[in-house]
Design a protein around this ligand. Structure first.
Ligand SMILES: Cc1ncc(COP(=O)(O)O)c(C=O)c1O
Length: 491
C-alpha cells in the first residue's frame, strides 16, 4: 500500500559563490542532496501525480530569464524537480524498458558530467577513448561480432537509423556522392511488431514510409518468414530493390524474438542486409538460460543493443555492431575536419566513425559496471529477471480474475483483468492502470496487441524482489475490484 510521501527537504549552506566561481561547500551540498534522494526514491509514492498546468505553476515561482544569483533558489528548484519527478528506481515502477540504475554506472554518469569532455578526439578524451575501445572489444566478443566494428550511439533509434544507412550504402555505393536521385525504389522489411524507430529511420534515410514493408507477426510475435519471402519476391517483381531485413531480438511489447536463422537464409538468397534490433532483448547475450533466443543472430550484418535498458546503465548507452569492419568509416567519415582531427604520430580519434561531432562519454558508466560486477554479475542479474518474470506469470495464472495475453518470452509480461461487469475490457484495464498511476501506488504501461489493450509489465530493476512482484498484483487486483464496484454503482 502507498506509504506517506517523503519530500526531498533540502537545507543547504550556500557558501559557494556564483561570482567568484568558488565551489566551497557545493559538492558537500550536492552529496547530501544525492544521498537524501537515494533514500526517498525507493519508498512512498512512485509519483505525485499532477496535471501539466498545476505542475507548471510550481516551476514558475522564479523568473528564469532574470536569474536569482542565489544558490538557495538553485537548491529550491532542485527540490521541486526531485519531489515532482517519477521515482524510476522505485520497486513499483514497471513502466518502461529501463528502471532505476545500477550504482557503479550511476557513479560513472556523475563523474562523466564533472569531467565533461567529448568522445571525438583522443587529445580531449584520452582515457575515455581507451575505455570505449576496450569496452567495445569486450561487447564484440560477448555478442559474437569479433571480426567487425562497433560504435557507441545515442540509443536504439539512432543505431537502427545508422544500420539502415549502412545497408543502403552497401547496396548503392554511389549514394554517398550522388544521393538517392536516379536510384531504383527500395524496400526494407520489418515485422509488424518492430519498434517505431524503423519508421523514423526510413523517413530520415530518405527512402520514405512506402519503402518500409511491414511483415505480419504471428500470434507469438515472430515475423512470418513465409510471408516475408513472398513479399520480397513481389517487391522484386514490381521493380523494387530489397535493401534490408530487420529482425527484432526482444520486441517492445511482447519481448519476442524473430527466427534469425530463417531471416539470414532469406537475406542471403536476396543479397540484402540483415539487421537485428536487439535494443531491448539483445541483453540476453549475457544470460545462461535466455541466450538461446538469439540463435542465428551471429549471421546478421549489424545489430543494435542498448545497455541503458535491461542492464540498468543510466540513459543513454547504445551500441551498434557490424559484421564487417570499415562500414562506419565508409558512411560517416566525411567533410573537412582539419580543424578538429589532426594528423598526429599516433592518431586514435573515434569521432570520424560517428554520425555525431560532440559525443558524451557513455562507456564510462559501463566500464565501472564491469569493474564492479564483471560478466558474472550481469548473467545473474538477467537470470534473476527471468526468474521474477516467471513468478509474475505464475501469479497471473493463479489469479482467477487475470489472464496472460501473450506467451512470455523474457521479462515482458502482457496481461489484463478479464473479470469485470464492463463489456469494454480495453477501457476497463486502462482505467485500472490510470488509477494506479494517479494514486502513485504502482506504475505500469499499456500497449496494444492488435486491437486488444494489454498491461505491459516490465521487470528490469535489479533491486526488485519476489515480494515486490506480489505487492504489484495485490495492488492491481484490489484496484480492479474497486473500479468494477464503481462501475456497478453507476450502472
Ligand atoms: C526494440 C526497440 N528498438 C529500439 C528502441 C529505441 O531505443 P531508444 O529509446 O534507445 O532510442 C526501443 C525502445 O524501446 C525498442 O524497444
Amino acid at each position: 500500500m502507498v506509504k506517506p510521501p517523503h519530500p526531498t527537504k533540502i537545507n543547504m549552506n550556500p557558501t559557494h559563490s556564483l561570482t567568484t566561481g568558488s565551489a566551497d561547500g557545493l559538492f558537500t551540498d550536492l552529496a547530501s542532496v544525492l544521498s537524501h534522494y537515494d533514500r526517498v526514491r525507493k519508498t512512498g509514492k512512485v509519483v505525485e501525480y499532477q496535471n501539466y498546468s498545476s505542475l507548471k505553476q510550481k516551476l514558475q515561482s522564479l523568473d528564469v530569464r532574470i536569474g536569482s544569483q542565489s544558490w538557495d533558489s538553485v537548491w529550491a528548484t532542485v527540490e521541486t524537480y526531485l519531489d515532482n519527478s517519477v521515482k524510476t528506481a522505485h520497486p513499483q515502477y514497471f513502466n518502461q524498458l529501463w528502471a532505476g540504475q545500477s550504482e557503479p554506472a550511476l557513479v560513472g554518469s556523475i563523474i562523466e558530467a564533472i569531467a565533461n569532455t567529448s568522445m571525438y578526439t583522443y587529445e580531449v578524451a584520452p582515457v575515455a577513448t581507451i575505455i570505449e575501445n576496450e569496452m567495445l572489444n569486450v561487447f564484440k566478443s560477448v555478442f559474437g561480432f569479433d571480426s567487425g566494428d562497433a560504435q557507441v550511439t545515442t540509443g536504439g533509434s539512432n543505431s537502427n537509423y545508422i544500420a539502415l544507412l549502412l545497408a543502403l550504402h552497401k547496396k548503392f555505393p554511389e549514394l554517398k556522392q550522388s544521393g538517392l536521385q536516379g536510384l531504383p525504389r527500395c524496400a526494407v522489411f520489418v515485422s509488424s511488431d518492430a519498434h517505431y524507430s524503423m519508421d523514423k529511420a526510413a523517413v530520415m534515410a530518405g527512402i520514405g514510409l512506402d519503402s518500409l514493408i511491414k511483415v505480419p507477426a504471428d500470434e507469438r510475435g515472430v515475423m512470418n518468414t513465409d510471408l516475408l519471402d513472398t513479399m520480397i519476391q513481389e517487391c522484386i517483381a514490381s521493380g523494387r530493390v530489397p535493401i534490408s531485413i530487420v529482425g527484432t531480438a526482444g520486441t517492445t511489447v511482447r519481448g519476442a524474438y524473430d527466427n534469425f536463422e530463417a531471416l539470414a537464409d532469406i537475406a542471403q538468397q536476396h543479397a540484402c542486409w540483415l539487421h537485428v534490433d536487439g535494443a531491448w532483448g539483445g541483453a540476453v547475450a549475457f544470460s545462461s538460460e535466455a541466450r538461446k533466443f538469439l540463435n542465428g543472430f551471429e549471421r546478421a550484418d549489424s545489430m543494435t543493443w542498448d545497455a541503458h535498458k535491461m542492464l540498468g546503465v543510466p540513459l543513454m548507452c547504445g551500441v551498434l555492431f557490424t559484421r564487417d569492419s570499415g562500414c562506419f568509416d565508409r558512411v560517416c567519415n566525411l567533410g573537412d575536419t582539419s580543424y578538429i582531427f589532426h594528423d598526429t604520430e599516433e592518431r586514435q580519434d573515434l569521432g570520424p566513425y560517428s554520425l555525431q561531432c560532440g559525443r558524451r562519454v557513455d562507456m564510462l558508466k559501463m566500464w565501472l559496471e564491469y569493474v564492479f560486477y564483471g560478466e558474472q554479475g550481469f548473467r545473474e542479474r538477467i537470470d534473476n529477471f527471468m526468474h521474477l518474470s516467471n513468478v509474475a506469470e505464475q501469479r497471473i495464472n493463479a489469479e482467477p480474475t487475470l489472464e496472460l495475453q501473450a506467451e512470455r518470452w523474457i521479462n515482458n509480461i502482457c496481461f489484463r483483468t478479464t473479470a469485470t461487469t464492463s463489456s469494454d475490457l480495453n477501457g476497463f484495464n486502462k482505467s485500472v492502470r490510470e488509477r494506479l498511476h494517479r494514486q502513485g501506488s504502482s506504475f505500469v504501461n499499456i500497449a496494444y496487441l492488435g486491437d486488444e489493450l494489454t498491461i505491459r509489465l516490465i521487470i528490469t530493476n535489479k533491486d526488485v524482489t519476489e515480494s515486490d512482484i506480489h505487492e504489484f498484483f495485490d495492488i492491481w487486483v484490489a484496484a480492479a475490484a474497486e473500479v468494477d464496484q464503481e462501475l456497478m454503482q453507476c450502472a
